[in-house]
Design a protein around this ligand. Structure first.
Ligand code: B12
Length: 211
């Protein structure tokens, strides 16, 4: 069995094979990142089928569930930092912006941040900017991570940056943005502090910002 079989199973929403392969590869000591890359590629292929009218919303929803189950299987295999460092690096709030229900990527970012020693407050999906501002004020996180998977909801990230300035909280929190349509240029344009290409990159960028 090869990793491309996993990509195929994921892209076909074959739950049984996907989960069996994930357990098998993890047990053989294949790196978690490589397994996640194969799963992500499978989702991407499914997304292409969706764009071409060959796959439909229920399949995407089911694929999301399979992906989340697979990450649960992988959790114990993700290399952990020193136990004593766990949750000692500070609070990070993560959320998917208003109007956007995609959470697979955000959840993955949260998993890596938790395992990397951060206390993660996950506000979920479809989160209004007013709520985010409120949480920044109350929880005083070091970082806020915003996910957008739709070109339309990316605008919410820009609006959040404006609201942060208006509320006088800009200097108190770092902002990292991510999601498939988000780019480093977009992060710069809206005045965010960083862009994370994936969960590992996001964690590394946060480490670097807080150093
Ligand atoms: C699964 C999926 C769904 C599922 C979501 C299930 C769930 N629980 O999340 C469902 C069926 C609900 C869905 C709905 C819709 N979807 Co959809 N969906 C996808 C799909 C196939 C996969 C997304 C995914 O999970 N990828 C895997 C994860 C691991 O990757 P990721 O999300 O990119 O996250 C990684 C990085 O981006 C980054 N990252 C993400 N967020 C953050 C945040 C921070 C802080 C950091 C540092 C990093 C980071 O790290 C993550 C981990 O590595 C994509 C196709 C694609 N190629 O992306 C379309 C896609 C995103 N969807 C799309 C569309 C159009 C829709 C709908 C509008 C469809 C419809 N007509 O109803 C609705 C919108 C619903 C809404 N209001 O949000 C389009 C978006 C087009 C666009 N550019 O705007 C895409 C690209 C499909 C396509 N080719 O047309 N979708």
């Amino acid at each position: 069995m090869e990793l491309r079989d996993l990509t195929k199973a994921m892209s076909e929403c074959n739950q049984e094979d996907t989960l069996k392969l994930v357990s098998g590869f993890a047990g053989q000591g294949i790196q978690v990142n490589a397994i996640l890359d194969s799963l992500t590629l499978g989702l991407k292929l499914l997304g292409e089928k969706f764009s071409a009218g060959e796959a439909f919303i229920p399949e995407l929803v089911f694929a999301g569930e399979i992906f989340n189950e697979a990450t649960k299987i992988l959790d114990p295999y993700i290399p952990k930092g020193q136990e004593s460092q766990v949750r000692k690096k500070g609070k990070v709030v993560i959320a998917t912006v208003k109007g956007d229900l995609h959470d697979i990527g955000k959840n993955l970012v949260g998993t890596f941040l938790s395992l990397g020693g951060y206390e993660v407050i996950d506000l979920g999906v479809d989160v209004p900017n007013e709520k985010l501002i409120d949480v920044v004020r109350k929880e005083k996180p070091k970082v806020i991570g915003l996910s957008s998977l739709l070109t339309t909801t990316m605008l919410g990230q820009r609006q959040f940056m404006a609201m942060l300035k208006e509320s006088g909280l800009r200097e108190h929190v770092k902002v990292i943005v991510g999601g498939a349509p988000v780019t480093p240029a977009w992060a710069e344009e809206i005045g965010a502090d960083a862009y994370g290409a994936d969960a590992v990159d996001g964690k590394n960028k946060i480490d670097a910002m807080l150093r």
